[in-house]
Write a protein that binds this ligand. Structure first.
Ligand code: AMP
Ligand code: MG
Length: 417
């Protein structure tokens, strides 16, 4: 499809997604303090440069022994060994285990040379420096050998991994205090609408409080984005051009509202005036049909319809995967999964319906309940949803218990692996 053709038609969700992802440019690499890396993507494969544990050590508090010295130990005839000394975790010098003696060791303490087993403290009786062993032990018991967790040269994490809190332990243990990550995206947000007032203002007649830019800002902050929320712009061509001119100085610009075909929708003509190339502007999704996607130089422009549920659904389904691709993540989206619908849903559409829904597990099944209000204006619907049901275009009405595809919302579950 050339640009001309794409412009003429209404794209399917899948087509729009392929085009949007095809325009993603992967960010440059930067080195970041590992403590600030959670949620961001690794820009290089990480390989272990050190063995872990770095030295043979004890897995328990106990006594280091040579296992064959305890071979004949029984309750009736315990083997008694003299405790030579105590090795604590962090002790610097290495000692040797002599014949006929044992050495008390702490968990994590370096093993005396010649140790081949450690007997747990709880399994012996100690009198002064005499330690009674009433059971034999096995070779290797309670020993943690150097490199058993990971060895130098082992692959640690592949490029594209989304860093999780558990990875921080790995990075710390390997001394990887600076990690190669993809750099942040600079994103501007602009909301349009003469009717909009700030949340701290009591709306006058015909006015409403502005919600979308706050929603988008918070959603963007769950990804590695530096976000600037620009002032609202009223619906007139001149003001829109003026503000957009500023707003286009970013890796991507998200615009809310004003992108449809109404008398007071000035976003498209203003973008055109500024030389922004339209790639497409309509997608067969409900809610969210009038989605504009365009480009000026390296800046991508997403024009999202102003109804809050449309803004939200399009962000989750199309903008977030785009951002994650630019940010180098291997996992672009939370995979959809199957769940049973808790009630009939009669509405059918020639567009893909993305129903705000509540997904839960009960009696061995995953269930999903569409929230009551599916109108694209509904702010309550997005506040109460934890997932989106995908109802393919042209589907028959859904019946209770029928399996549907559901995408859990990443921000509700922290589901990126
Ligand atoms: P539009 O896409 O500009 O035609 O707006 C569609 C609907 O969404 C209208 O009812 C607007 O008042 C409403 N709307 C637009 N922008 C916002 C916003 N930033 N916050 C809340 N509602 C909005
Ligand atoms: Mg508007």
């Amino acid at each position: 499809m050339d640009v001309q053709q794409i412009n003429q038609i209404m794209l399917t969700y899948e087509e729009a997604k392929v085009i949007i992802l095809g325009h993603a440019c992967i960010q440059e690499l930067e080195k970041v303090d590992f403590r600030n890396s959670v949620g961001r993507a690794l820009a290089e494969d990480l390989v272990a440069s050190e063995d872990l544990p770095p030295f043979d050590n004890s897995a328990v508090d106990g006594y280091a022994v040579k296992f064959n010295e305890l071979a004949k130990a029984t309750k009736e005839n315990p083997v008694v060994l003299k405790c030579q000394e105590y090795v604590f975790a962090g002790r610097l010098d290495t000692i040797s285990l002599q014949e006929g003696v044992c050495v008390q060791v702490a968990t994590g303490a370096p093993l005396p040379l010649g140790t081949d087993a450690v007997v747990m403290l709880e399994q012996v009786v100690r009198n002064g420096d005499q330690v009674c062993f009433s059971h034999p032990t096995q070779i290797g018991n309670n020993l943690r050998h150097r490199g058993r967790d990971m060895s130098s040269g082992d692959s640690l994490l592949p490029k594209g991994t989304t860093i999780a809190p558990t990875h921080l332990a790995l990075l710390a243990a390997q001394g990887l205090v600076e990690v190669p990550l993809y750099s942040r995206l600079k994103i501007n947000i602009l909301s349009t609408g003469t009717e909009l007032v700030a949340p701290n203002i009591k709306p006058g007649p015909g006015q409403i409080r502005e919600a979308n830019s706050f929603l988008l800002e918070a959603l963007l902050q769950t990804e590695a984005c530096e976000v600037t929320r620009l002032h609202r712009v009223v619906d007139d061509l001149e003001s829109t051009i003026k503000v957009l001119n500023e707003a286009l100085r970013a890796d991507a610009l998200l615009i809310s509202g004003g992108v449809s075909v109404g008398e007071s929708d000035f976003v498209k003509p203003a973008l055109k005036e500024l030389g922004v190339k339209e790639i497409f502007w309509r997608v067969k999704i409900k809610p969210g049909k009038p989605l504009f996607f365009g480009q000026l130089g390296d800046t991508k422009v997403f024009g999202l319809p102003g109804n809050p549920a449309s803004t939200f659904v399009l962000f989750e389904e199309l903008v977030r995967p785009y951002l994650r691709k630019c940010l180098g993540h291997y996992q672009l989206e939370v995979p959809t999964r199957s769940a049973k619908i808790t009630e009939d849903f009669d509405e059918t559409s020639e567009r893909l319906q993305l129903l705000r829904a509540h997904w839960y597990h009960q009696n061995g099944n995953d269930w999903v309940r569409p929230v009551t209000q599916q109108g694209s204006f509904s702010i309550a619907s997005i506040a109460h949803a934890n997932s989106l049901i995908h109802v393919p275009e042209g589907s028959q009405p859904l019946r209770f218990g029928q399996s549907v595809r559901v995408r859990p919302l990443a921000h509700r579950f922290a589901l990126f692996g």
